[in-house]
Design a protein around this ligand. Structure first.
Ligand code: PPE
Length: 328
């Protein structure tokens, strides 16, 4: 099989693997890798945006901290600090020359090729860590951010926190997400919204969800079966700065249909309006005013044109950050 000519793809040609930068084509693993059989992998998705000061990574530290939390939940012993992995991410972006990209750190139970072990017990398998990056366009279609998407309520229930903890961003969770996503696609929708085991709204297959009603914002609480989204946190802080009341509370399915506006948030999806759910028009059936305002402020912040709420440091300017080139 011909290997990719990475120079023609919008991908970072170098991938960070446990302290060294290797070629994209060399970033391979054995078929007996534990994670491939048992889902034992945790990962992140982080966007890097173009700014006047060069590429800037959005909320890098918070993403890496969530990665370390996911690893901790699954008892993975990690040899890197948050700082190490932040520096490694900066290094991958710097090396790539890309002005904008999506960064994918991934940590998983591998295979010790000299002394292979098999079976569910994850402990004997070494932890491996990679960081890749590529230029990823609009997640739910080019027009989605402006025009909104048509979605459905999934017939699949979201994973429950006492079986697969949704607060860990673990690969295994995404089997549930794939069921939700595939059902939506084959039925002609862009995305599905899952209800939790109690029947309340949880999230999309790869996005958190917000509702606007009578000028106030509602979103499922962190205690429900959702990923604690970093875009979700950003939108809550932006809304509060704009003087909009935000309620983190349980939401019934039917409340979605009668909302004024509904939108998704996520690193990949950014802020994507929802114009219909189960073919029921939401509000005016197009992007609503509050969604639009939040998008404007969000995009100004990620592009370095406006400070983050409370002057929090949300951007890591790649060209102004010293990243070690030697092994970490
Ligand atoms: N819920 C889920 C299930 C989820 O996967 C994501 C991110 C979010 C909420 C939003 O989290 P945050 O990115 O921190 O705001 N989904 C990632 C994966 C997309 C993919 O297809 O892969 C993402 O948006 O990067």
């Amino acid at each position: 099989m011909a290997k990719n000519d990475v120079s023609t793809l919008r991908i970072a040609p170098k991938i960070w693997r446990d302290g060294e930068l290797i070629d994209w084509n060399d970033a391979r693993i054995h078929v007996m890798t534990h994670a491939l059989h048992y889902g034992s992998s945790v990962f992140e998705g982080i966007r890097c945006y173009p700014t006047k000061r060069g590429p800037a990574i959005f909320r890098l530290r918070e993403h890496i901290q969530r990665l370390l939390n996911s690893a901790k939940i699954y008892r993975m012993e990690v040899n890197y600090t948050c700082e190490d992995l932040c520096q490694a991410s900066v290094q991958v972006v710097k090396e790539s020359g890309l002005e904008q990209c999506y960064i994918r750190p991934i940590m998983f139970r591998g295979l010790d090729e000299e002394k292979p072990t098999f079976g569910v017990n994850p402990f004997p398998n070494p932890i491996q860590c990679f960081i890749a990056a590529w230029d990823w366009g609009k997640y739910l279609g080019d027009e989605a951010v402006e025009n909104g998407v048509d979605v459905c309520i999934s017939s699949w229930t979201r994973i429950t926190s006492n079986s697969l903890p949704a607060m860990a961003k673990a690969a295994a969770n995404y089997m549930n997400s794939q069921l939700i996503k595939m059902e939506a696609i084959v039925n002609g929708f862009a995305e599905g919204i899952a209800l939790d085991e109690r029947g309340y709204v949880s999230e999309g297959s790869g996005e958190n969800l917000f509702v606007v009603k009578d000028g106030e914002i509602y979103t499922p609480p962190l205690g429900s079966s959702i990923l604690p989204g970093i875009t979700r946190d950003s939108v809550i802080k932006i809304a509060k700065e704009l003087g909009i009341t935000v309620h983190e509370t349980s939401i019934q399915r039917a409340a979605l249909y009668v909302a004024d506006e509904v939108f998704f948030t996520g690193t990949a999806a950014e802020i994507t309006p929802i114009r219909s759910i189960d073919r029921i028009k939401i509000g005016l059936g197009k992007r609503g005013e509050i969604t639009k305002k939040l998008q404007e402020v969000f995009f100004e912040i990620v592009h370095g044109k406006r400070p983050a709420p409370n002057n929090e440091k949300w951007l890591t300017y790649v060209n102004e950050t010293h990243a070690q080139t030697a092994n970490l």
